[in-house]
Design a protein around this ligand. Structure first.
Ligand SMILES: Cc1ncc(COP(=O)(O)O)c(C=O)c1O
Length: 384
């Protein structure tokens, strides 16, 4: 006898709405799809993991994170923000993904409205839908910066706005003025602001990166999320954190420990070394990403009818091809040509007509992959 299985309504809903890929591209493709640095994790961090295992860090850690690691992260955020963070304001999570999940589930009830300026990282909408909330997508301006008037118009009755800075997939880095204006809107309409900042160390051409932590007017309403994944090339280690006012962090911690339990003990010891023993690795990687960004920009500029707003940060290029061929079809054609990229539509309704390239892949494969992609885009692109 076969049993018929119907997943929970939450899963059905998620599967119906999510445009996130369910698997990584196979080895037969050049992948410019995933934001996974091709660099090895810096050796002193890997060594710290080995040392931690040898020293017996093989048991449960504290449920919401090692006190020493939380203290180091609190100190780092105190330095950036100029106001005091303590360990009661930090939860160590399974990557930035774990922090985002706990933060969104902690704030969103069925029917709660969440403002999502887009195109943006697709997990924010998926998690809101999972919680039964409603997503109000607010398209960015043509320069891919926040449309503050439209955010303000959407604000009445909403509870939360989620920003990604620097933005995945656009590479936009929001200005201090933009963040201050957002804070004013948040205050006026009593919104929480979730700022997800995994690419804060990947900024190009000396552009000024201002963390939401640095905006005093956000202090009481900011949920801050970050991860070790991108800065230290630690995507596979699965460690990140959430920070914010203590009572919200209490709620986030309750979700985190209920769903996940504590993060791997030895990984937390190694993460502590990443935070407390600075190296030039993040800067070396940043320089290489900038060189790759320049390669991608030059290659795109060589094809008629394609547009790229130069990314100021992150390791993504969001390329507009502008015709009405759906981006899901364009990426299917790209796969046939041997390269995996992501469809613009995954990142929100106004991402349609774009594809996202991740230049976290080494130069040779990046160039080969871009040639394959541009061959496809040349065929589908239309004049702006
Ligand atoms: C904007 C953004 N937030 C969060 C994450 C998730 O990070 P992690 O791998 O630490 O879960 C990613 C990963 O691509 C990302 O781009």
């Amino acid at each position: 006898m076969t049993t018929s299985f119907t997943p929970s309504r939450m899963v059905q809903d998620l599967q119906r709405r999510s445009q996130r890929p369910a698997a990584r591209p196979g080895p037969e493709l050049i992948s410019l799809a995933q934001g996974d640095p091709d660099f090895a994790t810096p050796e002193h961090i890997s060594q710290a993991l080995t040392d931690a295992l040898a020293a017996g860090a093989t048991h449960y850690a504290q449920l919401v994170g090692d006190a020493e690691l939380r203290a180091a992260l609190a100190e780092q955020m105190t330095d950036v923000s100029g106001r005091s963070f303590d360990i009661g304001q930090v939860v160590v999570t399974h990557g930035g993904s774990g922090a985002l999940a706990a933060a969104i589930l902690a704030l969103v009830d069925p029917g709660t409205r969440v403002i999502v300026p887009e195109p943006t990282y697709s997990l924010y909408a998926d998690l809101t839908w999972m919680a039964g909330g409603e997503v109000t997508f607010v398209p960015h301006q043509p320069d891919l910066h926040l449309d503050l008037d439209a955010i303000e118009a959407a604000a009445p009755g909403a509870r939360l706005v989620v920003i990604c800075n620097p933005c995945n997939p656009t590479g936009a880095v929001y200005t201090q003025g933009e963040l201050e204006d957002l804070a004013e809107i948040a205050e006026e309409h009593d919104l929480w602001v979730l700022s997800d900042e995994p690419y804060d160390h990947i900024i190009f051409d000396g552009v000024d990166f201002i963390s939401a932590l640095e905006i005093p007017a956000l202090a009481d309403r900011l949920l801050y999320v970050n991860t070790f994944s991108k800065t230290y090339a630690m995507t596979g280690w699965r460690i990140g954190w959430a920070a914010g006012p203590a009572e919200v962090i209490g709620a986030i911690g309750a979700l985190h420990r209920t769903i996940n339990g504590p993060v791997n003990s030895a990984v937390q010891r190694a993460a502590l070394v990443a935070v407390t023993e600075p190296t030039d690795w993040p800067e070396r990687m940043r320089r290489e990403y900038q060189a790759r960004r320049n390669i991608v920009s030059r290659m795109v500029a060589g094809v008629e009818n394609l547009e790229l707003v130069q990314p100021d940060g992150s390791f993504y290029a969001f390329i507009r091809y502008g015709s009405d061929v759906p981006s899901a079809d364009v990426i299917a054609r790209a796969r046939e040509a041997g390269v995996a990229v992501r469809s613009g539509a995954e990142f929100g309704p106004s991402g349609e007509g774009f594809v996202r390239v991740a230049f976290s892949t080494g130069r040779d494969r990046l160039i080969e992959g871009m040639e394959r992609l541009l061959g496809v885009l040349e065929e589908v692109a239309a004049p702006a």
